[in-house]
Design a protein around this ligand. Structure first.
Ligand code: C2O
Ligand code: CU
Length: 532
């Protein structure tokens, strides 16, 4: 094991991922940010120089941050925001393997560009010899306006509209906006397609990461079925699919065999219709005839093939698959090697998720168990705990849970989705077993009537709640810390669809927080001075 250091200089940079030029919150001048690669067991040191004009905080999505909850990168929970002009290092050990990503966890900043892949190799990966080469492929929706331009309207008292609608989409940072639609003189050019060159006869592992703000995608590669081997950092028994549904923040490794005639093949990333609200008359929104606006293409090119566009045809993807935003069926994702959950739970957390008009402010807000969350940047939870505050005395609006559950307990989380749309929920610090993903309508029944798979359920860190349904996940409180648990649709985070799981606060305050590096306290001092 090694310590590997990465330097991130954050700076606003003019870029045009989909052809349309805009200012992007870039890492080292790039979008997406550079790939962070390491081996299982390594220590990562990510040095962040913040040259943005606004604060930041970077979360390593899916990395457990065992013993280092203060490096989880969530302003308001695990740190103060990192001020403009300052440097900060995230230092943590990686005991997992697989596909992850990093992204800003400060307001909606990741949507403006601050995001990139993390790949952790494992010399003992059982699938190591199942592929010859690998590629990382990110897919995302893309906005032309910086989020700061529309967030004030979106979060204003009188706003009754939809979530902000993306202008286009991209694969590995390359999209194709139709420049003929640009009327205000903004520079726009044809960037071509994200192209992956492969050798005939070889097997390629694609690590696919959905880094969107709000879009669920269906991914396919013409003529090349994909064999899923990893979901969110957990290996699964290989399962072959022609098209892969992937929700926000989820990751899949798939292996394809390049055994076709030397040629070009389309890679297709279809933004599912359910993710984009339809607004009559707004050409950016999807209705049943305009879904092609949101099909993003890339190219799989065999070495020796002409540099032309493919004329391959798509697998037959049922319409229902591109309109729903579901996950791959649980029954097809069996952990490998087997990894059954503890048989019974010691505790249950119940969360009811909804979007309502708040009675006092008359503002549209997301609520969990009736409470909407907004982080207190000046006074993050780790500091409150370090200062001796008792989490059982936190305010209801702190959305604090789990602090009364002993460590190493088995916890079932019952998620009741009262909304007629999907929400991809992510838990920090853990991978959970998905025991039951109820069908639409199942939230009306008693959760105890649902059938749970406790034998061989998949384990992951983002699960999609279907519309008006109940989903049950199980996790073990084996990681003392302050962990966000939230919908990963960024607009819903901004609306407050977040709780904090304060795990084993006594271990945290007695054994861990006393070792918290002083750089964390410095962040708060700097932030305090900058906001005076
Ligand atoms: Cu990628 Cu709090 O998440
Ligand atoms: Cu949501």
């Amino acid at each position: 094991p090694k310590t590997r250091e990465f330097n991130f200089t954050l700076k606003r940079t003019n870029l045009n991922p989909d052809g349309y030029s805009r200012v992007v919150w870039a890492v080292n001048g790039q979008y997406p940010g550079p790939i962070v690669r390491c081996n299982k067991g390594d220590t990562l040191k990510i040095n962040v120089n913040n040259e943005f004009d606004d604060p930041t905080g970077i979360h390593m999505h899916g990395i457990f941050m065992n013993q280092t909850t203060w490096f989880d990168g969530v302003p308001g929970l695990t740190q103060c925001p990192q001020s403009t002009g300052s440097s900060f290092s995230y230092i943590f050990k990686v005991e997992q393997y697989g596909t992850y990503w990093y992204h800003s966890h400060f307001v909606a900043q990741y949507v403006d560009g601050l995001r990139g892949p993390i790949v952790v190799h494992d010399p003992e990966d059982p699938y190591k010899d199942s592929s010859d080469c690998e590629y990382v492929m990110t897919v995302s929706d893309w906005y032309h306006e910086p989020t700061g331009n529309f967030m004030p309207t979106f979060r204003s008292v009188n706003y009754r509209g939809n979530d902000p609608v993306p202008d286009s989409g991209e694969i590995s940072g390359v999209g194709r906006y139709d420049c003929s639609k640009v009327t205000d003189g903004t520079p726009c050019e044809d960037k071509g397609y994200a192209t992956y060159v492969v050798k005939k006869g070889k097997r390629y592992r694609f690590r696919i990461i959905n880094t969107s703000a709000m879009a669920h995608f269906i991914i396919s590669i013409d003529n090349h079925p994909m064999s899923v081997v990893e979901i969110d950092g957990i290996n699964v028994k290989n399962h072959t699919l022609e098209y892969l549904p992937i929700n926000i923040a989820q990751r899949y490794s798939v292996i394809i065999h390049c055994d076709k005639d030397v040629d070009n093949f389309w890679i297709r990333a279809i933004m599912s219709r359910c993710s984009i609200p339809y607004r009559p008359g707004d050409p950016r929104t999807i209705n049943s005839n305009s879904s092609l606006n949101y099909e993003v293409f890339g190219i799989l090119r065999y070495e020796g093939a002409p540099k032309t566009n493919p004329n391959s045809t798509s697998f037959d993807i049922p319409n229902s698959n591109t309109s729903d935003c579901y996950d791959v069926d649980l029954n097809n994702l069996k952990p490998y090697p087997a990894d059954p959950p503890p048989e019974n739970a010691d505790h249950t957390l119940n969360f009811t998720v909804n979007v309502v008009l708040l009675p006092t402010s008359r503002m549209l807000a997301a609520i969990i168990n009736g409470q909407s969350f907004s982080p207190d940047f000046d006074n993050p939870t780790v500091m409150r705990l370090k200062n001796g505050e008792d989490p059982s005395r936190f305010q209801p609006s702190d959305n604090a849970y789990a602090y009364d559950i002993p460590s190493n307990s088995v916890v079932d989380v019952v998620m009741i989705n009262r909304e007629n749309r999907t929400h991809p929920f992510h838990m920090h610090g853990h991978a959970f077993w998905v025991l039951c993903q109820g069908d639409p309508g199942t939230n009306s029944s008693d959760p105890s009537t649902l059938t749970l798979n406790t034998v061989d359920p998949p384990r992951r860190d983002v699960v999609t709640l279907k519309p008006l349904s109940t989903t049950i996940i199980r996790y073990v409180t084996d990681n003392p810390g302050v962990w966000a648990y939230h919908c990963h649709i960024e607009w819903h985070v901004e609306m407050g669809m977040v709780v904090q799981l304060i795990e084993s606060p006594d271990i945290l305050t007695k054994q861990q927080l006393p070792n918290m590096p002083s750089s964390l306290t410095d962040l708060c001092k700097q932030y305090d001075n900058s906001t005076d």
